[in-house]
Design a protein around this ligand. Structure first.
Ligand code: LLP
Length: 440
């Protein structure tokens, strides 16, 4: 297999002369033996590269200050948050848990913004108390609640308004957020966006610093970003507001298989930068700070899921079914979005694919199919399968269905392995079992 065909894997992935897949020079066979499977690996080099690429693109295309804020819902843990904070990224958080994790990990308050269509009072108060860059208000209802909380706390709230441009984007219906029926944001078409801006400007308890939008996820077309930004600027102008900060959200797509389109972020960053510049120039407004908030684009490619092959069978209709020791619990994306994945046999990564098979998980659900059809070299019990592009929305959406242990998560650098999360094991102390008699 040529190294070109590893282009879905982290940048440090290589195939040894013996035909074994490695990441950052580490033997995946040894890591799997030591940390058990399923096992999730994050490649430090790839994360840094993705972040540097976006920062570089912003510097090239946007002539004013800008920032990359990681959408932490893609994957967050204390150790991972510490890494991103160290790298100088900002973060978009959506819950009390993410607020606390970001704070403990050392992110400065000025680079954090809080999302959510139904933030609790506790979440809003925690954000107010921390003094974050912006609470992103999602509705007129929330605007009223936050005003009341800010008044009671005696603290002026720095806010953005999330504007919903009411347009469709081409992606899976479960991950579009900007259409007319979306539960997210202040819609443009019914006047909520304009009213929200006016109300926020009229209250002394708010410092309205910017506007935000997020169209959806796994998007490869930059045109909807242009249209949506134009609508957002039109709403701002109608309400007599000049934003100091603008966020076009995240959502740029990544490649999961060889069939996915090129995922260079340049068309995206270029389109949002150009449109913001054009819209401001047309109105004679100063350029705002531009804040992009990718999750998947930063995290997906650096992550690899490692599974061990177990039972195999051939069904009466001739399908070779190969079961692995993970699946639906650590990666619900296939069941939820019909997501496509590919895989390599770690021990024989250079071998030509010669067998057609279906990779299924071990969970008690017929929908627990990781890859409905794939050609691989012959696989045997004990072989390892490495699934690329596993760094986003897998672990963060995982469950412990069937009382599955959550996988260990490692951060890999050449010559160094850091455990970011350890595998909880049912046979060891610390395994989460609630015993009411102990709680009394
Ligand atoms: N900003 C906001 C306000 C968001 O809601 C999201 C994702 C992002 C940024 C980051 O989007 P990204 O760049 O990662 O596409 N679980 C689904 C994806 C849900 C995305 C939710 N919001 C999946 O596995 O495909």
């Amino acid at each position: 297999m040529s190294s070109e065909q590893l282009n879905l894997f982290p940048l440090s992935a290589q195939i040894t002369p013996a035909g074994e897949l490695t990441i950052a020079g580490h033997s995946l066979v040894e890591l799997a033996d030591q940390y058990r499977t399923p096992l999730y690996l994050y490649d430090g080099q790839t994360i840094r590269h993705q972040l540097d690429t976006l920062t570089g693109l912003l510097e090239r295309h946007y002539p004013s200050p800008s920032m990359v804020a990681y959408a932490s819902k893609a994957y967050f843990s204390y150790a991972f948050a510490c890494k991103l904070a160290e790298l100088g990224a900002g973060a978009d958080v959506v819950s009390l848990g993410e607020i606390h994790l970001a704070r403990q990990a050392g992110f400065p308050a000025e680079v954090i913004h809080l999302h959510g269509n139904n933030k609790s009072e506790e979440e809003l108060l925690a954000a107010l108390e921390w003094g974050i860059q912006a609470i992103v208000v999602d509705s007129l209802d929330e605007l009223a609640l936050l005003e009341e909380l800010a008044r009671r706390a005696g603290r002026r709230a720095r806010i953005w308004l999330r504007i919903t441009p009411d347009l469709n984007v081409s992606t899976h219906p479960h991950i579009t957020t900007s259409h007319r029926a979306s539960k997210f944001g202040l819609h443009v078409e019914n006047g909520d966006a304009e009213n929200g801006i006016r109300q926020a400007l009229a209250s002394s308890w708010f410092h309205l610093t910017g506007l935000h939008m997020h169209l959806g996820s796994q998007i490869f077309d930059a045109e909807p970003y242009r249209q949506a930004l134009r609508r957002m600027f039109a709403a701002a102008e109608a309400a007599g507001y000049i934003p100091q900060e603008i966020s076009p959200g995240g959502g740029w797509g990544v490649r999961y298989t060889e069939h996915d389109p090129d995922d260079s972020a340049e068309p995206w960053i270029k389109a949002v930068s150009q449109t913001v510049v054009e819209e401001c120039q047309r109105r004679g407004w100063p350029l705002p700070k531009l804040v992009v908030e990718p999750g998947r684009w930063l995290a997906a490619r650096s992550g690899v899921a490692l599974y061990r092959v177990g039972a195999q069978k051939t069904t009466p209709d001739g399908i070779r079914v190969v079961a692995i020791d993970g699946g639906l619990a650590d990666n619900p994306r296939v069941a939820l979005y019909q997501a496509s994945y590919t895989a390599r046999v770690v021990q024989r990564a250079a071998d030509e694919p010669s067998r057609r098979m279906r990779i299924v998980g071990k969970f008690c659900e017929s929908g627990d199919v990781l890859i409905p059809e794939i050609w691989l070299p012959p696989v045997h019990r004990g072989d390892l399968l490495a699934v690329p592009a596993s760094g986003a929305y897998q672990l963060s959406m995982s469950s412990n269905y069937n009382y599955a242990a959550r996988p260990a998560v490692l951060w890999l650098e050449p010559g160094r392995v850091e455990v970011m999360q350890c595998c909880d094991r049912p046979d060891q102390p610390g395994w989460w079992v609630y015993r009411p008699e102990e709680a009394r």
